[in-house]
Write a new protein. Structure first.
Length: 254
């Protein structure tokens, strides 16, 4: 074994949610590892920013401005990859509402983006890998919310729990073809998503998370991007159907 196991030279990766936060950090790191990276997001300006970052570092990026809930658009973008080695389905939204105040439309929206958007990406990637006999890697983005639950997390946590089930099921179905499927369940990561909380709530939650984490801090997007690179690369060649938890050691915060 050597560090070449992390080398993605000659490979192609597709990253959803690549316009910012964890998706952007992951796209940039996969490109640094040598992959051509297809960046997809509904935020076209953010996508351009990610592509510039990749190209400034000598990498190769393609951009696809699309909504992950649009199956046809996602399928069309995945088909532009001549060969797909890595799918990182990272796009997601946050939603918080108490169970008794949760409306059907909240649940539908969060399941559409956070579950169906990931399902479509997994289906398109697996189909293409199977058709071209590529022993690829699919990485999905769950959340620590799956382990902990917590007030307000019904919609978000339900969608992420469904992502975990999808990951384990697909891993069992395509493993014989050499395709690996793993999930990442990050703890609190400082990104535009968490920065959208009002400042006082954010400072409170960050302080609480940092106190609960044995490592004594919240996470940065790169902490998760390194987990994505590990699962995307041959370094994790014998790993499938797993949930990797970059969370500073937080186990059950509630
Ligand atoms: N930040 C955290 O603490 C944390 C913790 C656990 C899991 N996660 C998960 O990690 C992933 C990335 O989160 P982040 O913190 O980087 O969030 P972010 O808001 O910073 O980035 C999410 C990206 O997804 C894109 N996106 C959202 N809906 C989309 C749609 N329908 N179609 C296409 N693109 C869409 C956004 O435009 C954005 O660029 C999400 O799935 C999130 O649930 C985040």
């Amino acid at each position: 074994m050597s560090l070449t196991a992390y080398d993605l030279t000659g490979r192609t990766a597709f990253v959803t949610g690549a316009a910012g936060g964890i998706g952007r950090a992951s796209a940039v790191l996969l490109a640094e590892a040598g992959a051509t990276v297809h960046c997809a997001d509904r935020d076209a300006d953010g996508l351009r920013g990610t592509a510039e970052l990749i190209e400034k570092r000598g990498g190769t990026a393609r951009t696809h401005a699309l909504d992950v809930t649009d199956r046809a658009a996602l399928a069309g973008a995945v088909r532009t990859c001549e060969r797909l080695d890595v799918m990182a389905a990272i796009a997601g939204i946050m939603h918080s509402s108490p169970v008794l105040e949760t409306r059907d439309e909240d649940l539908d929206r969060v399941l559409d983006v956070n579950f169906k958007g990931v399902l479509y990406a997994c289906q398109e990637a697996a189909r293409q890998m199977l058709a071209r006999e590529v022993r690829g890697s699919i990485v999905t983005m769950a959340s620590g919310a799956v382990d902990t639950g917590g007030p307000g997390l019904l919609c978000y946590g339900a969608a992420k729990a469904a992502v975990v089930q999808l990951t384990k099921t697909l891993a069992a179905e395509v493993g014989r073809h050499g395709i690996r499927v793993n999930a990442i369940a990050p703890g609190w990561i400082r990104t535009p998503m968490t920065e959208r909380h009002d400042q006082r709530a954010q400072a409170h939650t960050e302080g609480m998370m940092a106190r609960m984490a044995p490592l004594g801090r919240v996470g940065e997007p790169d902490d998760v991007a390194h987990a994505v690179l590990y699962l995307a690369s041959d370094a994790s060649a014998f790993t499938t159907g797993q949930i990797l938890r970059p969370n500073g050691g937080v186990a059950m915060p509630w």
